[in-house]
Ligand binder design. Structure first.
Ligand code: OGA
Ligand code: MN
Length: 289
């Protein structure tokens, strides 16, 4: 196994080669991959032709408990039959490209906003793993922002302002802002959660901003004031110097730490080209091994 740090953002994104993740059983190896996640926050693996079952098995081996209360699962449209496997594709059960007004499309198009996965859950999402099954012939990148570097670059006054603040995260909120509303029954399953605005990695102590499109309000602060603070911080954290664009190839497998990054999908002509991606996300619980 070889870990090669990227040129543009050297301590943020690395490519790991010489490894077939479907075969990884060795605890020490999995431990060194988790250590690399703490160092970089985004790891890229090429040529990983996962099946759905192999992806589920790897995600569990790598980090235990999987996130199942996803918005896609709540919409009841999972063609894979397993709520831990999220269909991030623009095709439906019959294999056709989704209609413009399909509810799953209307909801997941909001992946184009800067966000972190499952910040609206308690425990929150930790690692997301996205497997590229079908890649369109045009660019349809995923961008990542380094929330540790963004935190480090804040001035001392801002660090003092945000120290100890808690944020309420809700996917019903982030979708509503975009004009998509869940039904009352769906919303019942997506209640939201509170998390600190500044997280410290429990293994390394490294701090990061914890922001997302799902961030609805800052607790104990007037709502407009809190939202302005959140917008300012997201604007700060997504400056080009903190951002890396991943250009997808078929069978790429990318793992990111949701507690140290934000990400967003970039637009492409999704009414013309197929893009089939499959995601597993783990929860922020103590490591089992
Ligand atoms: C996701 C996500 C981005 C993309 O799967 O959580 O945000 O580019 N995907 O598909
Ligand atoms: Mn996402």
């Amino acid at each position: 196994m070889r870990i090669t740090s990227g040129q543009a953002n050297p301590r943020f994104v690395a490519e790991v080669s010489g490894i077939d993740l479907r075969e990884t059983q060795d605890r020490e190896l999995l431990g060194s991959l988790r250590a690399a996640m703490d160092e970089y926050a985004v790891l890229v693996f090429r040529n990983q032709p996962f099946t759905n079952d192999e992806q589920l098995a790897f995600a569990q081996r790598f980090d235990g408990v999987l996130h199942t209360k996803t918005s896609v699962a709540v919409l009841g449209k999972n063609r894979f039959g397993n709520e831990a496997l999220t269909d991030v594709s623009n095709v439906g059960a019959g294999g056709d490209i989704l209609a413009a007004d399909d509810r799953r499309r209307m909801s997941t198009v909001s992946n184009r906003l800067w966000h972190t996965d499952a910040s609206f859950e308690e425990p929150a999402g930790r690692y997301s793993m996205l497997s590229a099954r079908v890649v369109p012939p045009v660019r349809a990148d995923t961008e990542f922002a380094d929330m540790r570097a963004a935190y480090d670059a804040l001035d001392d006054a801002m660090k003092a302002t945000i120290d100890g603040l808690q944020v309420h995260h809700s996917i019903a909120y982030s979708r509503h802002v975009m004009g998509f509303d869940f039904s009352p029954e769906e919303r019942e399953k997506l209640k939201g959660a509170d998390h600190p605005l500044v997280l410290a990695n429990v293994r390394t102590g490294r701090r990061s901003l914890y922001l997302a499109s799902h961030a609805e309000s800052v607790l104990d602060m007037p709502v407009p004031e809190g939202r302005l603070l959140l917008r300012d911080l997201i604007e700060h954290a997504t400056q080009p110097r903190f951002v890396h664009a991943h250009v997808w190839q078929p069978d790429d497998f990318v793992i990111w730490d949701n507690l140290a990054t934000m990400h967003r999908a970039r637009p492409f002509d999704d009414r013309k080209y197929r893009r089939e991606m499959c995601r597993t996300t783990t929860l922020d619980l103590p490591f089992a091994v």
